[in-house]
Design a protein around this ligand. Structure first.
Ligand code: PLP
Length: 417
């Protein structure tokens, strides 16, 4: 049966393929430490109690009809205050759109800005920009980033590609790397965008930036930076993506917010409305109440951040120890999000059963089988399969599980010839 070109050419998720492998081994009774999904085990990392109770209360108060298309007014007000307080950003409620998590905001940003064939520039590795380009028939321009620069793009990397582009899609802290922009690097990139827009003719589409800062509250000893704070003149051109999914371990609660120029936010509201991708009303009401109360938010974040940081640092230290012992591994110091970037450089080596590891996917499947640890190769985020860097996501493992992984990885690597 024939379906649309779009449907037929959609790319499946690499991570889901790895998940299938893990599930098969689990069915055979094996215990696999799953560092693949960008999610949390909600028994290890539950959402804040006050938020949970607020959601229950909202249902009990029958807050169960349609929410307003742009989001519940009280929540948009609270988000406005939150942006001012935490980032010093001035956005009023009309410049804020609530949706069912942040994905519909990303998709609606693309739909609001991109016509078929418009150029979208984004760094790789990065999360899902390729899929949103595909969905909007954009011409995608991938900027290959380097480990020496923490896999974050620089102005020099981006400069040659901005001419005529419609969207520059950036994210910090970055999924999959857990690394972040330095102030100077982001400033230089912002200046490129300002310069490029000066050269646009009247009536020509400007160059916009999408700035995904969904992990901005989860940073460790490094300050989050954002484009409009650094360059206020960019305010008409930046659409921010944010929400509670990651910073409150609330991936299943589905409350996200986008903010930016009122006209674009209004158009995104219509698109989200046609998709019906609103956040559930009780969750919106409860999130508004939760954001209002400062102490529970601060308490929650302090504990949550420290636990995630412990996991990331334990894994990082473990990889550094293996490196010091002569193993061909590496790791980049964690800066933010729930991810660690690790290198397992064993392409061309032979397993005990005689198979040669030809790609990062082969290394990954070897580690799953032999070390019972599952990572995601950066090829799932757009890099070449010969690149031996991987994402380790720590939200579904306890500290103890993470500590136990390192000796298993060591034994598995020691068996390779
Ligand atoms: C960078 C980034 N942006 C957005 C999202 C989507 O978040 P949500 O669950 O709110 O749709 C994710 C989820 O993994 C992400 O990593």
């Amino acid at each position: 049966m024939s379906t649309s070109q779009l449907a037929q050419t959609l790319k499946g998720s690499e991570i889901i393929k790895i998940g299938a492998e893990i599930n098969e081994l689990k069915r055979q009774g094996q215990q696999i430490a799953n560092l693949t999904i960008g999610d949390f085990d909600s028994n290890i990392y539950p959402i804040p109690d006050e938020l949970k109770q607020g959601i229950i209360d909202a249902y009990q108060h029958n807050q169960t009809n349609y929410p307003p298309a742009e989001g519940v007014a009280a929540l948009r007000q609270e988000v406005s205050a939150f942006l001012k307080k935490h980032f010093g950003l001035d956005y009023n409620a009309n410049q804020i759109l609530i949706s069912s998590g942040s994905r519909p905001l990303i998709y609606s940003t693309f739909l609001a800005l991109i016509d078929k064939g418009d150029k979208v520039v984004y760094p790789v590795p990065s999360w899902n920009n390729n899929h949103y380009c595909h969905l909007t028939s954009a011409e995608e321009v991938q900027i290959i980033t380097r480990a020496e620069h923490d896999f974050m793009p620089t102005a020099d990397d981006i400069r040659p590609h901005l001419k005529g582009a419609t969207l520059l899609a950036l994210c910090s802290p970055l999924n999959p790397t857990g690394t972040m922009f330095d102030k100077k690097d982001l400033e230089e990139i912002c200046d490129l965008v300002i310069e490029e827009n000066k050269n646009r003719l009247p009536g020509e589409k400007p160059l916009y930036m999408m700035y995904d800062q969904i992990y901005s509250m989860l940073t460790f000893n490094k300050e989050h930076v954002d484009p409009v704070t650094l360059r206020p003149e960019l305010k008409d051109y930046v659409i921010y993506i944010d929400g509670i999914s990651k910073c409150l371990a609330a991936t299943g609660v589905r409350v996200g917010w986008g903010f930016g120029p009122e006209k674009i936010i209004g158009q995104m509201r219509s698109i989200v409305g046609h998709m019906g991708a609103w956040a559930p009303k009780p969750e919106q009401v409860a999130t508004a109440e939760f954001l209002k109360t400062e102490q529970p938010l601060n308490n929650y974040l302090a504990k949550f951040k420290s636990e995630i940081q412990t996991s990331l640092t334990t894994l990082y230290d473990g990889f550094q120890q293996l490196k010091a012992e002569g193993f061909s591994v590496d790791a980049i110091e964690p800066m933010g999000a729930i991810y660690l970037t690790v290198k397992v450089d064993y392409i061309g080596r032979t397993t005990p059963t005689g198979e040669i590891l030809n790609s990062s996917a082969d290394i990954n499947f070897y580690l799953i089988k032999e070390a019972k640890v599952a990572l995601v190769p950066f090829s799932a985020f757009g890099t070449d399969d010969s690149i031996t860097w991987f994402r380790a996501s720590v939200g579904t493992c306890t500290h103890e599980e993470i500590r136990q992984m390192i000796p298993r990885i060591k034994d598995a690597l020691a068996k390779l010839k």
